[in-house]
Structures are given as C-alpha cells and as structure tokens.
Ligand binder design. Structure first.
Ligand code: SF4
Ligand code: SF4
Length: 310
C-alpha cells in the first residue's frame, strides 16, 4: 500500500458529554491532509457509552464514506470504566495502539484487555486536565498521547488544531495539557508489527456468517446482530413507558419500520406473516417515533414515575 493510499482509522470511546466527538474532529484537524470525523450513529445521552470515528488519508477519495469504522489501528478511551462494559479493542489489527485515560497500572489494565498483539498506552488525563484546566476534559490529552504513539499527526499538528476548533482562550489552556500528555504517556509495546491487511479483511466481521442473507429477510427488515445494541439496555434511559393496545392495532408495521432500536416486538404467525404484539421495554429508549407514526393510536407514551419530562 502506498503512503498516498493509506487510511488511518481512529476510534474514540467515551461517555456522552466527555468530548469523544470533539476528539475525532480534533484528530482530523491535526492530520496533514483530508479526513472525516463522525459520531457513531444513534442517540447520545449524557453518561451513556458513545463512540466517534476519525478517518484520515492523503487521498481524499478514501475518506468520503460515511460508515462506522470497524478496524481502527488506533483507539482512544476517554473513560476507563468503559473497559468493563465494552471490548474497546474490537476490530483492531495486530500492532494497533490503544490509549486509555486511566490511573490503572498495565497489570490492572491487562485484566480487561485480553490482547497481547497491540500496543497499550496509559495516561492519567483526568488528573492532568483537572490540574491544568480545572475541569475533567480529557479529549485533548488523549490526542497528545496519540501524537506520541504514532506518526498519524504530530504534537504541533494537535496544537494547531486546538486553535482551529476552540476559541483562543480555550486553545491556549489546552496546549499545555496536550504537551504534558505527550511527555508523560507510558507504553507497553508489542513486538508485533502493524498488520493493516488483517484489519482491512475484518471490515465486515460484524456481520455474522450465520445470519440470514438479505434475500431471506422481510422487505424493510433489519439485520439483528447478537451482541450489538441488544446488550445495551437503552430502556433504562428513557423517561416513558410505551404501551401497545393490541385491540386498536391494525398490524400496519409502521412502528416496526420506524423504531430505531428494534424495540417493537413481532411474532411470526402460522401463515408466515409477522404480527406486532408489543414493545421491548428493555431497549425502547422513549423516542416516541412509533407513537407518532401509529395511525390508530395503538401506541401511547406514559411518563415513568421516576422519569422527567423530555
Ligand atoms: S419509543 Fe417506540 S420507536 Fe422509540 S425506541 Fe421505543 S418502541 Fe422504538
Ligand atoms: S403503527 Fe400502530 S397500528 Fe401499525 S402496527 Fe404499529 S401499533 Fe399497530
């Protein structure tokens, strides 16, 4: 692969409100060439796990796709509590680099990160940001650590990016944070060389071969991927309980096709058709799209007793 055709993918894991998306934007601005930054598709709530992506290449044609990134060679984790909830190394090629904001030692980190074929960097970005900014904003520090770990962008590139994205006042405060992160990040390195070919081949590894093919699915159906959003109990976040009145329901399927979280429950009938029978409370996140599209008022939203008005 020529230098021109290389694409560097970075994935950031954070909690809503911690600045993961801004980290991706700053990464692209730090790179000497074109790139794109985007959040993971879907809703973001304060405190919920989120992801954001940065793709950078000297060849602008290679960074035009608006897809999620499944094979990041670099992963930045802004909150180490996520290590218990997610496999943050998923899709990383051998020789990739993981940077974690943490007070943990390498030994402690290894309890969560089972891979021995990647480089791991640790940086106590939380303490650094509190010391230098007076606030827990760790995204810029992670970029300083990435600049040390790889050649994707330089520390000066990151500093310049701060002035493009932030006001002068905020950028100036972050310059020192980025530098200290660059100076103090520690690494546990692997001997294994970065193997991007392996990563590239895994691009579609999220599609399990045993899943039905598109020709086997109903028109308008969506692939249901075990281990994906099913694991995230988004129902706990929402302020509403969505109720389905089967007597009013005419089984038009509009709610099923509208629901972003596959939370409309359907049952297969003996004649092979599907019938809407209820709402999956564990995963319904109260967006109320289904309530709006239902032509018969068969879906209603009731405020949970402990919830707050959206
Ligand atoms: S409110 Fe309706 S559309 Fe929204 S997540 Fe819940 S079931 Fe799906
Ligand atoms: S949109 Fe309303 S009527 Fe149509 S299937 Fe859903 S609940 Fe039933």
């Amino acid at each position: 692969m020529s230098k021109e055709d290389r694409v560097v993918f970075i994935r950031f894991h954070a909690r809503g409100g911690q600045g993961g998306v801004t980290a991706a934007q700053l990464a692209v601005e730090s790179f000497d060439g074109p790139g794109r930054a985007q959040p993971k598709f879907g809703a973001e709530r304060m405190g919920s796990p989120t992801a954001a992506y940065a793709a950078m290449s000297k060849n602008p044609k290679l960074v035009q796709l608006q897809t999620e990134i499944y094979t990041p060679e670099i992963v930045g984790v802004l909150d180490d509590s996520l290590l218990k909830e997610l496999d943050v190394t998923e899709g990383m090629p051998p020789g990739g680099t993981l940077i974690v904001n943490t007070e943990m030692s390498f030994d402690q980190i290894k309890k969560f990160i089972k891979r021995n074929d990647i480089n791991i960097g640790i940086i106590d970005a939380t303490s650094l940001s509190i010391k230098l900014l007076g606030r827990e904003i760790t995204n810029t520090a992670i970029l300083g650590a990435i600049a040390k770990a790889s050649d994707v962008f330089t520390i000066d590139g990151v500093k310049n990016a701060l002035f493009k994205v932030f006001s002068k006042n905020i950028a100036e405060k972050n310059v020192q944070l980025v530098q200290e992160a660059y100076d103090t990040v520690e690494f546990m390195k692997t001997d294994i060389k970065l193997d991007l070919e392996k990563g590239v081949k895994k691009e579609w590894s999220h599609v399990k071969p045993e899943l039905l093919g598109y020709k086997d699915l109903d028109t308008g159906a969506i692939w249901y991927i075990p281990g994906g959003s099913e694991k995230v109990k988004t129902g706990e976040w929402g302020p509403y309980i969505i109720k389905h009145d089967i007597e009013k329901c005419i089984n038009c399927q509009r709610c099923f096709l509208t629901c972003p979280d596959l939370s409309i429950i359907r049952e297969k009938q003996s004649d092979g058709t599907w019938k809407v029978v209820g709402v999956d409370k564990k995963h319904c996140k109260s967006c109320r799209n289904c309530v709006e599209v239902c032509p018969k008022g068969a879906l209603t939203a009731e405020l949970k007793k402990t919830g707050v008005e959206a």
